[in-house]
Design a protein around this ligand. Structure first.
Ligand code: SAH
Ligand code: SF4
Length: 349
């Protein structure tokens, strides 16, 4: 949480900030005022206009404010989806996708620069890992998109670049900050977290009984296929993962959303559908079928429409709720990691 010799102020909880203020001889109530400014998305202490110049100066000596600067922006011609490439002060870039639904705005944010999980169908996974994001950098993505569009975002999805449960402490802190009454006040019921299946953290998350929605990227019904496309499966296999998922829904009472990327000839056969239905029987779940997005260099093709619908039908006939996911922003590289990958290639040219 430190940059040069300065401290990341926006990653602090309100009570930590209050303690900091008191220990510096500053009035405790000022911490709340500053906290509100930070969570409204100011990018400098100068903007805290109701605070004295002396205090602003004192704070800027000790702390810095995380910002996410728009590096690139693509707007979909089909729907109002906006894809951002944000740059961070150290030159790293992350992606976020803003989507408009009838009930409001939802943003998909990144939790890491890159990812170490190495899934073979994923543009982020193919680029490797640079670093974790701190909580304030997750908040900054939401704040920059809000300011750019002059809107208020009501839903947050941790489904951009990175594996949230591989940056667990920072993600937990982000959840606390984003849902705080004096912060953005986005309730846990309006937040989803997507994981490739970091089993020990799923148990830990379950025991915290947060009301967030858990999405699990399953993508295959058995170890033979899943270990090929998702290396994490070699550590925790499908049965171990599904056991953790059942524990999660039993403990929290929440339905789990399973993501299933349909890759032609790899994971989309009738046998795969039957095996998946068998494994999910009795689990409080919903399956989202997604035709795999094209990522150059891996040779995967997406399943066609009839295959998707047949697969979905087999699941439904076995009593598993499944739907074919509407793909938003299909024309703007809206799939995880694609924009950053393209940007890196362009910069390298
Ligand atoms: N690391 C987390 C969250 C980020 S990935 C996870 O894996 O769940 C967000 C989602 O995009 C995941 O469900 C992931 O499996 C999916 N995804 C990645 N590459 C994809 C592609 N080429 N086509 C379709 N879905 C993809
Ligand atoms: Fe990482 Fe998720 Fe991509 Fe896998 S799918 S490489 S876990 S971001």
């Amino acid at each position: 949480m430190e940059r040069q010799d300065k401290i990341d102020i926006k990653s602090k909880t309100l009570s930590e900030l209050q303690e900091d203020f008191v220990s510096q001889g500053l009035p405790r109530y000022k911490a709340l005022q500053v906290y509100r400014w930070l969570h409204r998305g100011v990018s400098s202490f100068e903007e805290m206009t109701d605070q004295s110049k002396a205090l602003r100066e004192q704070l800027s000596q000790k702390y810095y404010i995380s910002v996410a600067t728009i590096e690139k922006k693509q707007v979909s011609a089909y729907d109002n989806t906006v894809k951002y490439l944000f740059s961070l002060p150290d030159g790293e870039c992350v992606e976020s996708v803003l989507m408009q639904y009838h009930h409001g705005y939802s943003i998909c944010i990144s939790t890491q620069v890159g990812c170490r999980m190495g899934c073979t169908f994923c543009a982020t996974g193919m680029c490797g890992f640079a670093r974790n994001l701190c909580p304030s950098e997750m908040l900054a993505q939401i704040q920059s998109a809000q300011q750019d569009q002059n809107i208020r975002i009501s839903n947050v999805v941790l489904m951009g670049m990175g594996e949230p449960l591989d940056n667990y402490e920072n993600v937990l802190r982000f959840l606390e900050l984003v849902s705080s009454d004096e912060g953005m006040n986005i309730g846990m019921r309006h937040i989803s977290l997507s994981t490739c299946g970091v089993v020990d953290k799923i148990y830990d998350l379950a025991d915290r009984k947060l009301q967030l929605t858990l999405s699990v990227s399953l993508h295959a019904p058995n170890d033979a296929i899943r270990s090929q496309t998702m290396p994490i499966n070699r550590k925790w296999g499908v049965d171990t993962l599904l056991k953790a998922c059942r524990y999660y829904s039993k403990t929290t009472g929440r339905r789990i959303s399973f993501e299933y990327a349909m890759i032609a000839g790899v994971s989309d056969s009738d046998d795969c559908a039957r095996e998946l239905a068998h494994k999910l029987k009795g689990t409080l779940s919903h399956v989202n079928l997604i035709p795999v997005n094209h990522v150059s260099g891996n040779g995967y093709q997406k399943s066609d429409g009839p295959r998707l619908h047949r697969f979905c039908q087999i699941l439904n006939d076995s009593g598993i709720t499944a739907t074919v996911r509407r793909t938003l922003g299909a024309d703007i590289d809206a799939s995880c990691g694609q924009l950053r990958r393209r940007h890196r290639e362009e910069v390298a040219e």
